[in-house]
Ligand binder design. Structure first.
Ligand SMILES: Nc1ncnc2c1ncn2[C@@H]1O[C@H](COP(=O)(O)OP(=O)(O)OP(=O)(O)O)[C@@H](O)[C@H]1O
Length: 448
């Protein structure tokens, strides 16, 4: 097996000799200056680079080191660059990290300590590469386009992977912009129906009067304007998956028709007399509180049970540990490539702001903010101001508040899960009243 290349940019010949043999897990390549480093990056495409900031012709300063860092970042943005900071040079290490370095180590070098940092960098790079591979849907594995590092989303993905092969109906519950459509597509792609079509319909976006014909189709002459016979979405999804987005917006009269289809698996086009058998898998989604809708009669209970053989709750972006930062970096890279290639990453204040923001609009909001910020950015790094986000104020205050909120969210999430989404049950488990739980759900923008 070939060993991965570790490029070490080091101008001290004695130290370089020592480093060359220090790490047996890697093929260590040494470069003594910027030009040699750039050549080595082109030739070997190393995943991890260690970089001494003091390089000739400025061995006592950091200008050459920074120029090398920028050159590497421009050529290979995914490379993990670990910079060396001489004693008393923490400020330059911090500046290097703000400029896109991944980590730093203190000189004089401790071979074992540096080895750990390097090993971690390789590991993180491998995870990111795996995520990118999943995001690109390579090989049809995983859920196409889904990017996450959080345990919360990993659990969702595991559940969906498990239910994908079974022909059961799945209901995805989550706020707007949490990726429900992406997950529905992932479910289709991971199912035996992947060769069939994935047909999506947003039940909230279509006027009530047209929704029936969109779903069931119509015969020529069925109503004014029906100039030709048209298949509905249900028929189009035969052999594949039908994704009913915003199912909570389907009016009661149409719910009856939908239920009949789910029971008998046949449809009649509007104005038609023929029953047409359709074999399709139903995945639906809503941001609404369907339990409450069932409770007060706005959603038919019998239809709910047909649609919700498996219910999967999609956590809000703010509840996914570490995902906002990962997605922000992903969208910066994606949009910089086409909209503003000068942009190479996020400034420290932007990273802090991304972590602190609650993301009420979830991934869609994050994507839109980053896209706009990439266009607006003056420099190489997107700032908090470009994102139109406030820099988090006093970190101590913020942390305490965030910690309390985090604890509340976790407890509420667990109680809701245990009470199967039932508000009264969850409130009892939490030892609070129903109205208090409702207030908390609203304050934290959670859906039961
Ligand atoms: N985990 C993720 N990784 C990468 N992109 C994501 C992820 N989640 C969502 N997105 C992107 O965010 C946007 C919104 O996702 P999507 O349309 O699936 O959300 P939704 O929950 O169906 O929203 P709505 O209910 O408002 O229709 C899309 O551009 C999608 O590609």
């Amino acid at each position: 097996m070939t060993r991965p290349v570790l490029l070490m940019v080091e101008d001290d010949a004695g130290l370089a000799r020592q480093l060359r043999w220090a790490y047996e897990d890697y093929e260590v390549v040494i470069a003594a200056d910027r030009a040699a480093a750039i050549d080595a990056v082109r030739l070997h495409e190393p995943v991890v680079v260690t970089l001494d900031l003091g390089l000739p012709p400025d061995p006592d300063g950091t200008t050459e080191g920074f120029a090398t860092l920028h050159a590497i970042r421009a050529m290979a943005p995914a490379t993990k660059v670990i910079v060396a900071s001489g004693h008393g040079a923490r400020a330059s290490a911090r500046a290097a990290i703000a400029d896109g370095a991944w980590d730093f180590y203190q000189k004089p070098i401790d071979i074992d300590a540096l080895g750990l940092i390097v090993a971690r960098a390789f590991h993180v790079h491998a995870l990111e590469a795996e995520n990118r591979r999943l995001a690109a849907g390579a090989g049809g594995a995983g859920f196409g386009g889904l990017l996450y590092a959080s345990p919360e989303m990993a659990a969702v993905a595991r559940t969906l992977e498990r239910v994908a092969p079974a022909d059961v109906s799945v209901m995805l519950l989550g706020a707007s912009g949490t990726g429900k459509e992406l997950l529905a597509r992932g479910l289709h792609n991971a199912s035996p129906r992947a060769r069939g079509r994935f047909v999506a319909i947003n039940c909230a976006a279509i006027p009530e009067t047209l929704l029936e014909s969109e779903l069931f189709g119509h015969e020529k002459g069925a109503f004014t304007g029906a100039v030709k016979t048209t298949e509905g979405k249900i028929e189009q999804a035969a052999g594949g998956t039908l994704f009913l987005d915003e199912i909570g917006d389907v009016p009661l009269a149409l719910q009856v028709k939908l239920l009949r289809f789910l029971q008998e698996r046949v449809i009649e086009r509007i104005g038609g007399r023929r029953s047409i058998a359709v074999d399709t898998r139903i995945v639906c989604a809503t941001h609404q509180d369907v339990d409450a809708m069932v409770a007060d009669g706005r959603f038919r209970e019998d239809l709910y049970y047909r649609l919700a053989e498996i219910v999967v709750r999609i956590p809000a972006l703010g509840d996914r540990t570490g995902d906002a930062g990962l997605l922000a970096r992903h969208f910066v890279a994606r949009y910089a490539a086409t909209l503003n290639p000068a942009v190479t990453g996020l400034a420290a204040d932007a990273r802090a702001a991304v972590e602190a923001w609650r993301w009420p609009g979830n991934v869609r909001e994050l994507e839109n903010r980053v896209k706009r910020a990439v266009i607006m950015a003056d420099g190489k790094l997107v700032t908090a101001a470009d994102l139109d986000l406030a820099t988090p104020a006093d970190p101590a205050d913020l942390n305490l508040r965030a910690a309390r909120e985090g604890a509340d969210r976790r407890a509420i999430g667990r109680a809701l899960a245990r009470a199967d989404g039932n508000i009264s049950g969850a409130a009892r488990l939490l030892g609070i009243s129903r109205p208090t739980l409702y207030d908390l759900l609203k304050a934290y923008d959670l859906s039961p």
